[in-house]
Design a protein around this ligand. Structure first.
Ligand code: PEP
Ligand code: MN
Length: 346
């Protein structure tokens, strides 16, 4: 449940209200402020939450069966745009974060970063904590890699988007990067999501490969309920019985989240396609669903990547500008057609 209080209530007034609501030991409550409004988030069985009367309380919001309220577009709390460094996602432009899967050779990483920047990328994606399907693959440079991210940012001149796997690393990753990525395997890692609620950085939240759109929005709600609404949703393929691509591109999810939340949504064609020749067609198909941008793996020398799957799915950086231009055209065509069709002027 979410209790809304007057935005001019002081921190100590709100703390006092939190205390009154948590008379039962199995109820917890904490304050958050979003969109110039103040709330008390309460977790616990509704029957255990007392009904308190106070001049500060202006609403009791039932969070209902969807399990998300703060990120529900109807409530106008979640932002429509999210800043990543000096770029913005969701402002009507086409944002793109591109770069290698993992930081390996520093020189290759700089070269790739400069190439994607010259080709129009707004952010540089690169991993130092890598979730892997096998414990025998390279797991990333870890904390040592975090030190290199600052150098990489200066050398490349783009804000860094990088994955965080462990709640204990959130602070260190937030010091090193402009945006923290939650990967598909961690979408339901609630300890991590809660910790990300306290970071001053935006979070790029990937959809779990087996998660419904509703579960994905609940994961976003975990971050928002713990204090951070700067969330970029990142759609990517889902598990299917068919293996024509690595994952099935569930593009309808882009439209579905658009209807349910105002948070920006981007698409990752790389981990959907699983091979470089399919990245452009998947990205173009996704563009017709009008995402706010793309997350693309790119590498100047894909044959040098350590993990077997990373090289074959890397998009050639020198083709990125062409791909982004084509995607923008598809998106604007889709916009025009959708508008004329919904206006009944076909
Ligand atoms: C990645 O972005 O490198 C990655 C591992 O993606 P996903 O979590 O979508 O598999
Ligand atoms: Mn990857």
């Amino acid at each position: 449940m979410i209790i809304e209080v007057t935005s001019d209530a002081s921190d100590s007034d709100i703390a006092q209200l939190c205390k009154l609501h948590t008379a039962h030991e199995d109820v917890t409550a904490w304050p958050i402020r979003h969109a110039a409004r103040a709330f008390i988030v309460i977790s616990g069985d509704e029957a255990l939450i007392p009904v308190i009367t106070s001049p500060f309380i202006i609403g009791r919001h039932e969070t209902g069966s969807s399990g998300y309220w703060l990120v529900d577009r109807a409530h106008e709390i979640a932002p429509t745009t999210v800043a990543v460094g000096d770029g913005t996602v969701g402002d009507g432009g086409f944002w793109c974060a591109a770069g290698p899967c993992a930081l390996e050779s520093f020189d290759d990483a700089v070269e790739t970063g400069l190439a994607v920047r010259a080709q129009g990328a707004s952010a540089y994606r690169v991993g130092v904590f890598k979730p892997r399907t096998s414990p025998y693959n390279f797991q990333g440079k870890g904390r040592l890699g975090l030190k290199l991210l600052a150098e990489l940012k200066d050398a490349v001149g783009l804000p860094i988007v990088t994955e965080v796997l462990d709640p204990r690393d959130v602070e260190a990753v937030a010091d090193a990067a402009a945006c923290l990525q939650v990967g598909t395997r961690n979408m339901t890692n609630q300890a991590l999501l809660k910790e990300l609620g306290g970071t001053p950085r935006p979070v790029l939240l990937k959809r779990g490969a087996r998660a419904s759109v509703e579960e994905w929005l609940r994961a976003a709600e975990f971050i928002a309920a713990h204090g951070n609404t700067d969330i970029i949703l990142c759609a990517r393929g889902v598990v299917s019985f068919d293996t024509s691509l690595r994952f099935a591109p569930d593009l309808g999810a882009i439209a579905s989240v658009r209807n349910r939340t105002s948070l920006p949504v981007v698409f990752d064609p790389s981990h959907t396609a699983g091979r470089s020749d399919a990245v452009a067609p998947v990205a173009l198909a996704a563009a017709a669903f009008r995402p706010d941008g793309l997350l693309i793996e790119a590498h100047v020398r894909p044959e040098r990547t350590h993990r077997p799957g990373d090289g074959p799915q890397a998009f050639p950086p020198h083709r990125l500008a062409d791909l982004l231009t084509a995607c923008q055209e598809v998106t604007s065509l889709a916009n025009q057609l959708t508008e004329t069709i919904s206006a009944g002027t076909r």
